[in-house]
Write a protein that binds this ligand. Sequence first.
Ligand code: CA
Length: 443
Amino acid sequence: MKPLLDETHDASVRSWVESANVADTDFPIQNLPFGRFLRRDGEPDGTVGVAIGDRVLDLGGMHGTKEIFDESLRSAASFCSFGAMGLLMAVGTGRRRALRRRIHALLRQDASASDREFASRHLLAQTDVEMLTPTERPEYTDFYASIFHATNVGKLFRPDNPLLPNYKYVPIGYHGRASSLVVTGTPIRRPCGQTREGDAAPKFGPTAALDYELEVGFFVSAGNKLGETIPIGEAEEHILGICLVNDWSARDIQAWEYQPLGPFLGKSFATSLSPWVVTMEALAPFRTPAFARAEGDPAPLPYLFDESDQERGGLDLWLEVSLSTPRMRVAGIAPVVLGRSNFRDMYWTMAQMLTHHASNGCNLRAGDLLASGTVSGADKTARGCLLELTSRGKDPVTLPTGEQRKFLEDGDEIILRGYGERDGFRRIGLGSCHGTILPAFAN
Ligand code: CA
């Protein structure tokens, strides 16, 4: 795995799309994330495009034009026309990198007059399109890769022995439910389920412990065949890029149902995604060493150990979760930040999670979503869910309106953001992932 920096990372390059040059935009010309969307003109299957400033370049609408994409890029671009992100993902890193360089050339300030004229005909306002989840029919797996999250949650249940003995050997994960993956902005219905308080009889009703989880998701590009594995040294070649994930959780339902088989209905009611896939190419400037294990921790087993993954498998990416309540909105108070953590603090790298997932011969497929688990850090300000932040409701958060929250209430909105920042490079962002809680249906 090499750093692979090229002209697309040059911080001095500006775009003729003026909104891409604004200092705090998530989508400068150095980013170029892929997303799937519906045009307002009614393309039923959607199309794939690239975000640039507050616009989207409609690759699907451009692909047929010979002079824009040469032979080698035309098939990659053609997948965009029918919204097939999964196929675009599987074209391989070489051609995808070439497509990125071509799009960069089309959008830079000194693009040729014909390139600029052509691209501007396929530029839409992001407010004029309807974003979809990044891939069509993914599978969804959720990991538990933050040792800080695992320790904080473990302490609530086992104060003397918070980390289970497998944690430092196995990237812990479970198979999530893919049918309830939704794109940012989709309202989240408070789920009902079975709960039990103390020794009282179990009852069925709306959850009283609705929580968010601040996570990063990454998408499989090329998969592996059933029965084959993905060696750790090749794992990054199988990853397209990342998005924000909010793995909504009902803690009371979860606590009663999870033994012995793990999470089920307390998790499967909804998972929100940001719509833009920020590619591994765009993230190249923000790579860091893998998490530094404490002295005395076991080394990863050989199938999870790779020299270059240890050197560059981490990702310096800031993540933020904010809350806005109905009363805050009425009072004109901006969303309040509840947690700010960094993805470089994860115990396992994305490559280790992916390689572990395929290590039994399970076939991963192009477009599958693997999520990291809640991203928390060592500090109290770096907690990625309310379960940790409020110690399971014992220590409520006080908001600027004087309201308190142990868990989420109806009308609350949760907003996730993420960005990479490094001297000498342009800041790039993941966009946002937000959702508002609707009341439970009466039972
Ligand atoms: Ca999770």
